[in-house]
Design a protein around this ligand. Structure first.
Ligand code: IMP
Length: 197
């Protein structure tokens, strides 16, 4: 049996249950959208990893046909909570996307640069359509205009963690989506050190 690693008591923005319920709604809406205006062939799911893996896994489970999830990697954060402004995408050339309905799956759309870069790539490579489904969106942070087809939750300008989202590799495994707070983290680490942990 594995036990969850203790984490600082960050404020919970969305519980895992809330997220799973919303994923079910998103899957239904996406499916209806594809039936209404897709090619009629199964869509190509593309997850932006690492962060979107848990979200993509949920949608894969909820959509019919046990579709494969293709993974692309986008690097835009040099570390810390500030975007560097440069997005490098790898893996998109391996996605069989020509003539297909591509659905990009993101954990969070922040400045919009990552999704805009990916959409430009796929639209320039002969896809039938390129939709975006994201668990979270921070509209107030947008730098690039992007049309998001399916959004789980809109959130204010806060740095969030959990359900795949991380800070330099930390807290990705949390089931809930929480708000990062450096002071809460420092206090937690201090308390652990004082207890000899
Ligand atoms: P964008 O290109 O600025 O839209 O950023 C998208 C990527 O930035 C996401 O896929 C995340 O990896 C990362 N990101 C943006 N905001 C957050 C956050 O609040 N928590 C964790 N990662 C974030």
């Amino acid at each position: 049996m594995t036990t969850a690693k203790p984490a600082p008591p960050f404020r919970v923005l969305f519980s895992r249950d809330q997220i799973l319920r919303r994923c079910a709604e998103l899957a239904r809406a996406l499916q209806a959208d594809l039936l209404r205006s897709g090619t009629g062939s199964p869509p190509v799911l593309v997850a932006v990893i690492e962060g979107a893996r848990p979200f993509a896994r949920q949608l894969q489970r909820l959509l019919p046909g046990n579709l494969p999830v293709h993974e692309v990697r986008a690097a835009s954060y040099g570390g810390g909570t500030m975007s560097s402004g440069q997005v490098t995408v790898t893996g998109a050339d391996r996605v069989p996307s020509r003539g297909r309905d591509v659905v990009l799956l993101e954990d969070i759309v922040d400045t919009g640069r990552t999704i805009a870069t990916l959409q430009r790539y796929f639209l320039a490579h002969g896809v039938a359509s390129c939709r975006v489904a994201t668990l979270l969106s921070k509209p107030s942070r947008r730098v690039e205009r992007v049309d998001l087809d399916h959004v789980g939750f809109e959130i204010p300008d806060e740095f969030v963690l959990g359900f795949g989202m991380d800070l330099d590799g930390r807290y990705r495994e949390l089931g809930d989506v929480v708000v990062y707070d450096a002071e809460v983290e420092r206090a937690f680490v201090r308390a652990g050190a004082a207890a000899g942990g």
